[in-house]
Write a protein of this length. Structure first.
Length: 124
């Protein structure tokens, strides 16, 4: 998985976490492949794995399930939602998929490039 660290110490520290997340996303056998050899869905799951491993306070996800089949879409969303709850991280998702939006705590809709209202709690 192309992922750059500032030092070898950080790389060693993150290896077990990388393996764990890759296994959950069903891409552990793809970690040493070049991006050009991955399918669209594998690339998308690899990007999500990178975002999780970086352990930042906010993840911005633009259509995180757009290239995934139904089973992987559900799995990826389960992992992202669980990770957010466990870590206290904020997840901002842009999606056209109502089934993805329904899983979020708050939904803000846009029309013609403008935000409509100030967002509403999702009806989960």
């Amino acid at each position: 998985m192309p992922y750059f660290f500032r030092s070898n110490t950080l790389r060693s520290k993150h290896k077990p976490r990388i393996r764990e997340i890759a296994q959950k996303l069903d891409i552990s056998d793809k970690l040493n492949r070049k991006v050009g050899k991955l399918s669209g869905g594998e690339r998308q799951r690899m990007a999500i794995a990178r975002a999780i491993v970086c352990d930042q306070p906010i993840i911005l996800a633009d259509e995180p399930t757009g290239s995934l089949d139904a089973a992987n879409k559900t799995n990826v969303m389960d992992i992202l939602m669980r990770f957010c709850k466990e870590s206290g991280m904020t997840l901002i998702i842009v999606t056209h998929d109502p089934s993805i939006a329904e899983r979020c705590d708050r939904i803000v809709q846009m029309a013609d490039g403008r935000i409509e209202g100030n967002g509403k709690p999702a009806m989960c």
